[in-house]
Design a protein around this ligand. Structure first.
Ligand SMILES: *Cc1c(COP(=O)(O)O)cnc(C)c1O
Length: 396
């Protein structure tokens, strides 16, 4: 056996011993509030990012098929050669309009958008300052921005951020980067305070709103709308990134939205734009339709909030320790990793699909079940899940 194989086997054995080795479950039909898992049958889904129930919406599916028929399977090119189709312009225009920014640019994922954005903006001598709980794609994008100084501030701690920014006064460009909604806690970045801190230190605020867009604000425009911040100008967030793979259709894709100069610069310099295929037209067409539906049916957002409240209150009534937030992520604090994993398996045995997260995704002793709601859940779906949680209460 080669050294590599020995090392991989050792790690895999350790993961199995720790109970954190992942096995993939196979869905045999579309995702929705209800789906089917191979070998298990029908389950209620409370772990998907399909916040608005649009992933299998007939009009979203049809728009994708129309895009497929009209434009074919893909672009067979990067954007600047011959891979920009009219559906890209249409979607980017709609995204900018929806978010209130000057312009937007799509990527094949938000991971890709973060990695395409941060390294291309930062040069030697600049600095990037990141919330400690930021998404992995922001952490990796920061690593790719290597000639720039990288600093981390304690989660949501604006005073600590200002201290760091003060120490970085010599850096010509300082980017402050944060998730809008943090995926493991469900809590929000304090955007108004972050905007104010960035203005005081002439820093640029970048917000990845992947779990916020479609979820927060009366129109689902995301965390900035929740805080009544404008989409552009000095009183708002400077640059937004987000995904099309969660609330906005769930297929794939991401975007950067912000000033026209940023977008034009990314078209010139962002490496995924220059060296990797464009978003497939099918996905662009589905995402545009998802935006369309959200704009015409903002009541989906209200329904999502009502569903989240019903679940959170129900869990509290049963005595579970649940974190509070306006997002659609409801973390149930369990403690030990093994217990969280066992509970998620017992829930699945009862047809309730909820995932447990333990160390190293969250700190040891802070393992949790993460319940995610969708506008497509009915009261009955939620109550069925609560019945299962009640039956397992003694174990939790
Ligand atoms: C889910 C998520 C991503 C990844 O989005 P993809 O489009 O699937 O790559 C990036 N950032 C944050 C904050 C996320 O929650």
């Amino acid at each position: 056996m080669t050294a590599l194989q020995r090392r991989l086997r050792k790690t895999l054995t350790e993961l199995r011993a720790a109970g954190t080795h992942k096995t993939l479950r196979h869905l045999t039909g579309p995702t929705g509030p209800v789906t089917r898992i191979e070998g298990l049958g029908e389950v209620l889904v409370f772990c998907s990012n399909n916040y608005l129930g649009l992933a299998n919406h007939p009009a979203v599916v049809e728009a994708g098929m129309e895009g497929l028929r009209r434009y074919g399977a893909g672009t067979a090119s990067v954007r600047f050669i011959c891979g920009t189709f009219e559906c890209h312009r249409e979607l980017e225009h709609r995204l900018a309009q929806f978010l209130g920014t000057e312009a937007a640019l799509t990527y094949v994922s938000c991971w890709n958008a973060n990695e395409g954005l941060l390294p291309s903006l930062l040069q030697e001598g600049d600095a990037i300052v990141s919330d400690e709980l930021n998404h992995a794609s922001i952490i990796d994008a920061g690593r790719l921005s290597r000639p720039a100084t990288r600093r981390v501030f304690p989660h949501g701690d604006v005073a600590a951020l200002e201290t760091v920014l003060g120490e970085l006064d010599a850096a010509p460009v300082r980017l402050v980067v944060t998730d809008g909604v943090f995926s493991m806690e469900g809590d929000l970045a304090p955007l108004p305070e972050l905007v104010a801190a960035c203005r005081r230190h002439a820093a640029t605020l970048v917000v990845d709103d992947s779990h916020g867009v479609g979820v927060l604000g009366a129109h689902g425009r995301g965390t900035p709308e929740h805080f009544h911040l404008p989409g552009h100008g000095p009183d708002g967030v400077d640059i937004l990134t987000g995904t099309l793979g969660k609330a906005l259709g769930g297929a794939a894709g991401g975007y950067v939205a912000g000033p026209a100069a940023v977008i034009d610069y990314l078209i010139q310099r962002s490496r995924p734009q220059l060296f990797s295929n464009a978003l497939p037209p099918t996905v662009a067409c589905s995402a545009a339709k998802a935006l369309d539906i959200l704009e015409h049916e903002p009541e989906r957002v209200a329904q999502l909030h009502a569903n989240t409240d019903r679940m959170r209150h129900g869990l509290r009534r049963l005595g579970y320790q649940v974190l509070d937030s306006p997002s659609a992520i409801v973390p149930i604090m369990i403690g030990a990793s093994a217990r969280a994993i066992r509970l998620s398996e017992q829930l699945l045995d009862r047809g309730i699909f909820v995932v447990g997260f333990g160390f190293p995704v969250v700190p040891e002793g802070a393992a949790r079940l993460r319940v995610q709601l969708s506008a497509a859940h009915t009261d009955q779906h939620i109550d069925t899940a609560l019945d299962a949680f009640e039956a397992l209460r003694a174990d939790a």
